[in-house]
Design a protein around this ligand. Structure first.
Ligand code: HEM
Ligand code: HEM
Length: 147
């Protein structure tokens, strides 16, 4: 079997990078505008008008990302797991995607204010470190090829 049999298909890789880039940018810009971008209105300070749009795009990208992640499970994840390659950072990937999805779900549906605050904090921190987890995963996955 080729050493590269765990590489993603071109379409999968493109959709994965595209959806997570959109998620990351819309999430970070939303957060920056939430913190520093309030606007003055005649009724007092109000959220920046771009923010509802950023969340609409973010939510749509989250749905696409979940489809792409689903396509990785039967191929990439299962084969890599069986081959015993890159399991540690692979588990990190699954955990961070799972954590982001669960906290994203909680942001929609958590009723209690304290639960929302927790979900918001976990989601933001998870989202900010996600690119790092992905880069380490790709780097260590490629290194594991030659062993
Ligand atoms: C959320 C789940 C995961 C995502 C989004 C993901 C994503 C990726 C990406 C983008 C690459 C670079 C490969 C390329 O560009 O063609 C990669 C490589 C790799 N991943 Fe994952 N991965 C996930 C889970 C896992 C798990 C659970 C394992 C191990 C059990 C794993 C093992 C590997 C290995 C061995 C490579 C290197 C493949 C090669 O030889 O190029 N991945 N992964
Ligand atoms: C990749 C990096 C990501 C970053 C930086 C990020 C950031 C954010 C931020 C700042 C918010 C607003 C939080 C709040 O209301 O307090 C948010 C909301 C949300 N995120 Fe993410 N996120 C990321 C990935 C994801 C992923 C992977 C999913 C799900 C698969 C997801 C699903 C959601 C959902 C459902 C919401 C609530 C949308 C709404 O309130 O309309 N996010 N995200």
């Amino acid at each position: 079997m080729s050493r590269n049999f765990l590489k993603l298909e071109r379409g999968q890789r493109r959709w994965l990078h595209a959806s997570f880039t959109v998620l990351f940018l819309t999430g970070v810009v939303w957060w920056a505008l939430h913190r520093w971008g309030e606007v003055e209105t005649e009724f007092g300070p109000a959220p920046h008008p771009l923010n509802p749009w950023l969340m609409r795009v973010h939510g749509a990208a989250a749905m696409v990302a979940l489809v792409v992640l689903g396509t990785l499970l039967p191929g990439h994840v299962r084969k890599a797991w069986r081959a015993g390659r890159n399991r540690l950072t692979g588990v990190g990937m699954l955990a961070s995607c799972g954590g982001l999805s669960l906290s994203g779900y909680a942001l929609y549906y958590a009723g209690a204010e304290s639960a929302r605050v927790w979900a918001s904090g976990i989601h933001l921190v998870g989202g900010l470190v996600f690119p790092l987890v992905l880069i380490v995963h790709i780097w260590s996955g490629r290194r594991s090829r030659t062993r």
